[in-house]
Design a protein. Sequence first.
Length: 242
Amino acid sequence: MSSQTTIEEAITNLIPDKDNYIVGYADLQDLLKDKYPYRYVVVIGRKMDDGIIDAIADGPTLEYYNLYKSTNEELKRIGELISGELNSRGIDNHPLVATGDDRERDADYEKNLRYKFSHKMAATRAGLGWIGKTDLLISKKFGPRVRLASVLTNHRFSRIGEPVTKSKCGSCNICVESCPAQAANGKLWDTTVYRDEYYDAHKCRDMCRKLSMTRFQKEATICGICISVCPFGKKKRKTAKP
């Protein structure tokens, strides 16, 4: 990249399909101080295929499982490219993949099913969307039909987003009512609400594994029903050209 190119411009240039990506920048202040020695983050979101998501009716499909994996791999490559660009400018950074590995798990992971870093939290701080009633990021551009990855750094970006602090789901409960695990109670998210107050991650994980084993004989922690039924995702999907 040219030395005259800003970091944000360079990152944009690394995105292969800009129509199907979202990128945001956030100041996480002291939110990571006990876990990572970084303050700022670039969050990258990749839209998932509408046809595959629409085909999810009563549980995950093999096509969705393969899409989930391939999207994560694509995001990993983009994260590595962004990390390389930052490294080339002498900026220390730490890329985080879409689905964290064991090294990124919280010390009490088996109790709380949390990773040390939340891509969804970072995305809300970057102004990309809010958290829905089944603990999905509801992005402004693609609804919940998106996978996320992040790169942490101490470089202050010039395009810091305006944080989203409250849910915009309102009275809509379609994801709550459609959840086969009954993992959500319908309470609205905001930045003062702890995840376990509105969503049971253990119920969700257990049902996902049961359904994926039944549907395609793999114990995967995916379901997709709440992604498929969300009105925000349906509203934001592209209309096919005639």
